[in-house]
Structure formats: structure tokens, C-alpha cells
Design a protein around this ligand. Structure first.
Ligand code: UD1
Ligand code: CA
Length: 423
């Protein structure tokens, strides 16, 4: 049995924001969700305990609303990482499984790494495993101090470290796995007589060594995974790392990305081979894009978009909560929201699905069936259905459903008045 404790009580002063640090987002998903999802996706954990403090109400509400297998515990005041974990003691009084501890502000940690880490802990029959990482510049991290024989001695925080200890490049990544019933007593023994006057979680390593328990370090392969968010600049960097990861994966699967520098694709977007993504596209949320599609340049897919094969979504086209069947084109200047669009449909330049009524605040659906043609600059006022093969003349304002194979025209007839200008 395994549960996680996720530390998320810290203030995040350097974010300079009214939003709690862990509720900042990358691709519309909070930092905290990245961590919880990574844990949940291992399939190993049955419960997550999130330690909250700064703006606790907002974080608590968020966790309650989004995760049925997660609870929150308030830490107030925040007296350090060891103190934070000890807040979960009452909840885990009779618990006898493993606990993994992670931070809520390191969104790039992957399920694969967490799995490997726990497997290592189990295989080695360790009582306490800490994740370490090797950094050229280890500044600000706790240093992993080993004995002559390579076994773990302790973790020393930078602020408490001697010059010799500061020279160590192996650092504490801030992720732990513990056999709870064996390590639990350590939390009652933590002291705060250190440079920061805090109860350090890291002191459990020294405690375990003293108690003759087996404590090991597992070294992380890709340091990016523990990149922590403390500022808006860090947030931008993490977004870039995550994006690069997604683009590399998609390109390896056969998707053409013309300009990875200006292309943003959320990790939850699936794209099939031979689709081309032109420069400056922003694709967020969950989407499924088929084969041989052409997207962009300058397209915005806002999530819950399903495109079948050979679909074209061109420049300045925004698509949200919409399904588009094969061989359909929306090539220019268009908004498609809350729609179902058939095969072989042509959506003329400047078409808008008016899905939102600002008076009733209701969103409605637009349905366009196979082989329909929508003339340029048309507004389809939802709820509305354009039946199979129907045509909408340019500048149509469509407020009623159009029957199959009909032509709908709403514009005033063109009047030509000869010689009017000269007169
Ligand atoms: C901690 C580790 C350090 C490690 C680094 C990795 C300790 C003492 N040090 O240092 O060895 O290299 O993480 O990033 O643990 N938090 C609480 N309550 C508190 C204090 C912190 O919930 O009272 C949370 C923070 O919100 C954050 C996490 O714990 O998510 C880590 O805290 P932080 O202050 O960033 O620890 P570091 O000093 O970076
Ligand atoms: Ca930190």
C-alpha cells in the first residue's frame, strides 16, 4: 500500500501573485495537478495528502473539487518541511504502508520516474529512499552527504553546510519514499536548531542511519524533472521544458512541426503521423488530431477538439469543444465553438459559430452535416443545424436550421445605381 504526501504550504513570495503558488497554471492545468496526476497515473497510490497553509482555503477547495482520492491538511504556521509532514501524523496513525513525499511546485516530475523510484525502494528493501540529482551548480539545494563506503550519512542544507559540504554536487531532489511505521518516530525527534530555525524533513536521513535502518539514495536521470517553480520566470521555463518534451514526443511519432520555437502543444494533445503543424500555433487542453491534417500557421485550439484525418485548420482559426470529420476545411479567420462538423464541409473565411448568448449566459451547439458549404463571413447563431449538403450564401446570419441540400441567403440584394457618384 502506498500514499503520497504533497508539500504545498509554502508562500511563494517571489511569484508576486494573489494566486497561491501551486495553483498557477501551465497549459490551463495547475502545478499541483501536474504533481497529483503524476502520482495518480503510477497506479500505485490510493490516497494523496496535500499539506496546505498559505491561502489554504483556495487550495483546499481546488483539491476537493478535482480529486476524490486526495485530502488536505493545514499547516499553520509553516515551520519547515519536517513540520509540514508531521501535520499528516494524525491521519496516518494506524497506517503501515509506504509514503512518498513530493513537492507541489515541481510539476515536471513524471509517473515513470516515480514508479522507478518506488520500485527501487521495494527491490532494495530500503526503509527510507531519497531521490538525489547531480548538478554542475548545486547552489541552494540540500547536499547529499555520504560515508566513506558510499552509504548515506545525512542531508545538509546549503545554509548549514561547510565549504567542503558545499562542494558536493549530489543534491537532495526533495522526493522521498518511506516505510511509514519505521520512519514515523523520526518526526517526534526533529529539532529546529539549524541556520533557518526550521524543522527539516531532511533530518530523517540522519535519524534513520542512527536507528540502523536502511536508507538509500536513488539518482534521478533527468534533472529537469525536479525543476521547481519559485517565480514567473521559472514558470515560463517549466512551460518551455514541458512543451519541448511534448514536441519531441510528437515529432518522434511522425508529426511534422515546422517551427518548434513558436509552437505550443499541451501534453494532453494526441496527433497522428503526417499531420503538419505550421508556426505560431497554440494548442491547449485535451485534443485528438488525426492523420494528414494541416494546422496553422497562427491557429488556436482551446481543448476538447477532435479532428479526423485530412482536416485543415488555417490561419487565425480558433476551435473549442468541437468535432470535425475528415476532409473538412476551415482555412481562414474563423471561430468554431461547441460544434459538430461533418465530412467534406467547407467553412468559408470569417465564419463564426455564435455559441454564447450573453443575456442568458447559455452556450448552445452548432451542427453542420456532411458536404455542407458555409459562405464567407457567416454567423451561425446556435442552437442551429445545417443539414447535409446545404449551402449558406456569403454573409449569412443563420438563426434557423437549414434543411438538406437547401440554399440559405440572408443578405440584402445587391443594388447598382448607375452614375450615382458623378451625380
Ligand atoms: C528543500 C530541501 C532541500 C532540497 C530542496 C529541493 C528541506 C529542509 N530542504 O529545500 O534539501 O534540496 O527542497 O527542492 O527540506 N513547505 C511546506 N511547509 C513548510 C516549508 C515548506 O509545505 O513549512 C513546502 C513548500 O511549499 C515547498 C516544499 O515544501 O513545496 C519545499 O520547501 P522549500 O522551502 O522550497 O524547501 P527548500 O529550502 O527548497
Ligand atoms: Ca525550494
Amino acid at each position: 500500500m502506498l500514499k503520497s504526501i504533497i508539500l504545498a504550504a509554502g508562500k511563494g513570495t517571489r511569484m508576486k501573485s494573489e494566486t497561491p503558488k501551486v495553483l498557477h497554471e501551465i497549459f490551463n492545468k495547475t502545478l499541483l495537478s501536474y504533481v497529483i496526476d503524476s502520482v495518480n497515473n503510477t497506479g500505485l497510490a490510493d490516497e494523496n495528502i496535500v499539506i496546505i497553509g498559505h491561502q489554504a482555503e483556495k487550495v483546499e477547495e481546488y483539491v476537493k473539487k478535482n480529486y476524490s482520492n486526495s485530502k488536505t491538511v493545514v499547516q499553520s504556521p509553516q515551520l519547515g518541511t519536517g513540520h509540514a509532514v508531521s501535520m499528516a501524523l494524525p491521519l496516518l496513525e494506524n497506517y503501515d504502508g509506504e509514503i512518498i513525499i513530493l513537492c507541489g511546485d515541481t510539476p515536471l516530475i513524471t509517473s515513470e520516474t516515480i514508479k522507478e523510484f518506488v520500485e527501487f525502494h521495494r527491490l532494495e528493501k530500503s526503509d527510507l529512499t531519497v531521490m538525489s540529482a547531480i548538478f554542475d551548480n548545486p547552489a541552494n539545494y540540500g547536499r547529499i552527504i555520504r560515508n566513506q563506503d558510499g552509504s548515506l550519512n545525512s542531508i545538509v542544507e546549503e545554509k548549514d553546510a561547510t565549504l567542503e559540504q558545499k562542494a558536493v554536487h549530489e543534491v537532495n531532489a526533495g522526493i522521498y519514499c518511506l516505510n511509514w511505521s519505521k520512519i514515523k518516530p523520526a518526526f517526534k525527534d526533529l529539532k529546529s536548531n539549524n541556520a533557518q530555525g526550521e524543522y527539516y524533513l531532511t533530518d530523517i536521513i540522519k535519524w534513520a542511519a542512527g536507528a540502523k535502518l536502511k536508507a538509500l539514495a536513488f539518482t534521478l536521470k533527468n534533472n529537469e524533472e525536479i525543476f521547481g517553480i519559485n517565480s514567473k520566470e521559472n514558470l515560463a521555463k517549466a512551460s518551455r521544458y514541458l512543451n519541448n518534451r511534448t514536441l519531441s514526443k510528437l515529432m518522434a511519432q511522425g508529426v511534422t512541426i515546422v517551427d518548434p520555437i513558436s509552437t505550443w502543444i499541451s501534453p494532453e494533445t494526441e496527433i497522428e503521423p503526417d499531420t503538419i503543424i505550421y508556426p505560431s500555433c497554440y494548442i491547449e487542453g485535451k485534443n485528438k488530431i488525426g492523420k494528414n491534417c494541416k494546422i496553422g500557421p497562427f491557429a488556436h485550439l482551446r481543448g476538447d477538439v477532435v479532428l479526423e484525418d485530412n482536416v485543415k485548420i488555417g490561419n487565425f482559426v480558433e476551435v473549442k469543444k468541437t468535432t470535425v470529420k475528415s476532409n473538412t476545411n476551415a482555412c481562414h479567420l474563423t471561430y468554431l465553438g461547441d460544434s459538430e462538423i461533418g465530412s467534406n464541409v467547407n467553412i468559408g473565411a470569417g465564419t463564426i459559430t455564435a455559441n454564447y448568448n450573453p443575456l442568458t449566459k447559455v452556450k448552445s451547439k452548432t451542427i453542420i452535416k456532411d458536404n455542407a458549404k458555409i459562405g464567407s463571413n457567416s454567423v451561425l447563431v446556435a442552437p442551429v443545424t445545417i443539414e447535409e449538403g446545404a449551402n449558406v450564401g456569403a454573409v449569412g446570419v443563420i438563426t434557423k436550421s437549414i434543411p438538406a441540400w437547401a440554399l440559405a441567403i440572408t443578405r440584402a440584394p445587391l443594388k447598382i445605381i448607375e452614375g450615382w457618384v458623378k451625380r
